[in-house]
Write a protein that binds this ligand. Sequence first.
Ligand code: NAD
Ligand code: UDP
Length: 325
Amino acid sequence: MSQLKRILVTGGAGFLGSHLCERLVDAGHDVICLDNFFTSQKANIERLLDFHNFEFIRHDITMPIWLEVDEIYNLACPAAPGHYQYNPIKTTKTSVMGAINVLGMAKRCRARVLQASTSEVYGDPVVHPQTEDYRGNVNPIGPRACYDEGKRVAETLFMDYHRSNKVDIKIVRIFNTYGPRMHPYDGRVVSNFIRQAIAGEPITLYGDGSQTRSFCYRDDLVEAMIRMMNSEPEFIGPVNIGNPHEFTIRQLAELVVKHTGAKSTFINKPLPEDDPLQRQPNISLAKAKLGWEPKVELEEGLKATIDYFRNIDMSHYRPPTPNHD
Ligand code: NAD
Ligand code: UDP
């Protein structure tokens, strides 16, 4: 087994964070999960609370915090459009002040710090598939900017702390990821479609459904994040992490109908402003540097996610109306 470490996961109670915490706890590391439960539920980390090597801290990452750690995974940030647009100013603060706080901690502790960045730094991309050297096409004043630009500034801060203060950093750019423990009302396409299909409600295609996304299964994604954290110090990224298999949103809807056996019809709703028309990661760099590529294809991952949604009590979850500053 590799050397055991003290690891902080910000946003550790969320969809990806809670799975990452599980992987790290199971590997024997001393894990601190920090979260303010803005978009997550305690149930996500319930199983972990019994482990001696797991600790939870309820804290807002926009505020400084003093901890002693060897590694930091910085995931704290609402990720679904409906969640990050609920309080857009807070979203930008979370990305920017959160980055400053974890980078300051990493500098003081000489810890390695990984930023969960996003394919949204490419905006509505005119280069397809997207490679890491593409500088993107983001609207800085649109409704997605609080997330996209916040994540872009976070990358800037990571690079400047690295160049100016020699902080040991890693940046991963995550493309659409789905799987068990997604919030059923987060408004993202996979959760919306599965929830609607299970309830026998019409499936909401925004626009004509011809826009594309490439969907990565949660377990593949978390494996890549851990590999990136443990990669050679000289490789700092940014590196694209995602599944390059691209689908139209209509194709996704058809697969959800097939695997739920639903009788749902499709209805069209307006395409949200600045909704990217296409998205597909070029993952050559991840393959070369991390020896990683996704293993779980969409149909298999969808089946696992549908099973999960069938077995949770959705009345415990609500659409995003949290009362946060
Ligand atoms: P999520 O909403 O389930 O997880 C985010 C977690 O951060 C939640 O537990 C939330 O409560 C917490 N959080 C939010 N603001 C906080 C704050 N100010 N202080 C402390 N905690 C806070 O979303 P996710 O899909 O698990 O995303 C995790 C990370 O991965 C995010 O940074 C997101 O931007 C990034 N990412 C995810 C995807 C994806 O498709 N899932 C794609 C690109 C990037
Ligand atoms: N989408 C849709 N119906 C829904 C929810 C989303 O057609 O009920 C579309 C949305 O317009 C976008 C795509 O699905 O083109 C992915 O949306 P999501 O919010 O999951 O992620 P993002 O746009 O951030 O990639």
